[in-house]
Design a binder for this molecule. Sequence first.
Ligand code: HEM
Length: 421
Amino acid sequence: MGGERLADIFDPRTYARGIPYDTFRWLRDHDPVTWVEEHEVLDWPAGPGFWAITRYDDVVEVTRTPQAFSSRLGATQIRDPDPADLPFIRRMMLNMDPPEHQRLRRIVSRIFTPRRVEKFAHDVEERARRLIDGIVEHGECDFTVQVSDDFPLLNLCDVMGVPESDRHLLLYWTNRIIGYQDPDHAEVEYGPDGKPINPRSPAALADMFAYAQELARYKKEHPGDDVISALAHAQVEGRGLSDAEYEMFFFLVSVAGNDTVRSGVPGGMLAFIENLGELRRLLDDPDLLPTAVDEVLRYAPPVISFRRTATRDFELRGKHISGGDKVVVFYASANRDERQFTDPDRFDIGRTANDHVAFGDGPHVCLGAHFARLQLEIFFREALWRLRDLELAGPVDRLTSNFIAGIKHLPLRFTPASPGR
Ligand code: HEM
């Protein structure tokens, strides 16, 4: 990667200053398939390096070609897993290739349907209202800490059927797994060899899995409308999920369904504050809310990147990718590709033909997209109409991560909406 002005798109600390869109634009224009070094960072050892894919068309091609770009070989995180953990990590649907992936995807997509999720819309609405009630008269708050951090977690608990009293456990687990690169969340445990234990290894996840099994046992006897009750009885081709498949699905959803929406909510609030004209446009025309939600996802994507591994040699944009190479698709960059989106740096809540890749593409396209959109729409409908004259009341504090574009603190100032406004 040439040029001193370019940000280091591997270093998780880069993203604590915001997504480096200028660098991504330069790469799309000059070096769209570029080799990136993986230096030692934050106690984690150096890696072999990877190909960064930054253009929309290439990101779509890579994600739609699992025969050449595997989710299984090296799994889907930039940092290489410990080879000893790979067989375990590959039991997760996210880290499988067709045809194995299809069997699991069929089982869970029959359960995770828009219809099931919509049954919880009323609870999601009530929750959004209560959270805004809690701050609206104060005129100021740390929006993430006081309002939005709990929102997706509690919604997820409803949908999964996790009892109220256990909800803090889910938050603890996701912070440990996702936030490991961030000094505020990192609770790095060290093994006997003095090396950090991968938070995604079987040893580090034993407590979560034991809990998941206990919950499934309970749901078999006391079934509800929730996803875990349905999973406990799910069958495809005469076979349900094995214990290991179920545990990994619980783990996947707990993480995938939490920090993503948790980042999308404040990311959206910030996009509206930085584009007050678009906020006014929405308040004047609430019918724009569905397109506004998709524009939030394109403009402020919660997921920055995902990893694949080349199964064979592949030519892309004149670069020779060798079998075994790590390939990282930058969804955040693809969403700003001027070859795909008109005026991509403009936040336009009425944007149509908004075919963004915030939810990925290909066989692994997000299973929770409907639930995510539903939560964002309900949340913005509640927050934006009740909190007026929105402005930042201090600096935005972002997560140190090259995976999730999280916001840890979002200090906001506002006035409560007066009746009729
Ligand atoms: C705004 C919120 C969300 C965003 C931006 C998002 C983004 C993504 C992306 C980019 C992928 C593709 C991974 C890849 O390329 O390999 C994905 C997969 C997935 N997401 Fe989401 N997600 C969100 C919310 C959710 C929610 C709420 C759930 C569930 C409750 C969920 C469950 C999943 C699952 C299970 C997969 C794996 C699908 C598979 O491997 O077939 N996501 N998500």
